[in-house]
Design a protein. Structure first.
Length: 114
């Protein structure tokens, strides 16, 4: 089944989320790791606190496995809507670019503290 998802980000965990998305720990997760990484690369920032994306899932409860293993560490207040196709209806800045910038800014702050 295909879902359109909206969630709030846990800003304090974004650096760790970006690291996990890039270090292979999420991608190697079976059966859905590669799909989660792809979904986050395509997700859009709706505003400063929320993101939206499309993702396929066959759990009885939408995103059950994905949330238990990954998403609940970094995101909250999920809203899911079953859809029949991916549309070009989610607008906003790239969540992936937000993660890159946020991760870079956090690294600079840590370097200044040393």
């Amino acid at each position: 089944m295909l879902y359109k998802i909206k969630a709030l980000i846990k800003k304090e965990n974004m650096e760790a989320f970006f690291r996990a998305l890039n270090d292979g720990s999420i991608e190697s997760q079976k059966p859905d790791g590669t799909y989660m990484v792809k979904a986050m690369k395509e997700a859009k920032m709706l505003d400063a606190q929320s993101i939206s994306w499309y993702e396929g899932c066959y759990c009885e409860t939408p995103l059950k496995h994905e949330r238990e293993t990954v998403y609940d560490k970094y995101l909250e207040a999920f809203e899911t809507e079953m859809v029949y196709e991916v549309k070009d209806d989610i607008t906003g800045a790239s969540f992936w670019q937000y993660l890159q910038a946020h991760s870079h800014n956090e690294a600079e702050k840590k370097a200044e503290m040393v």
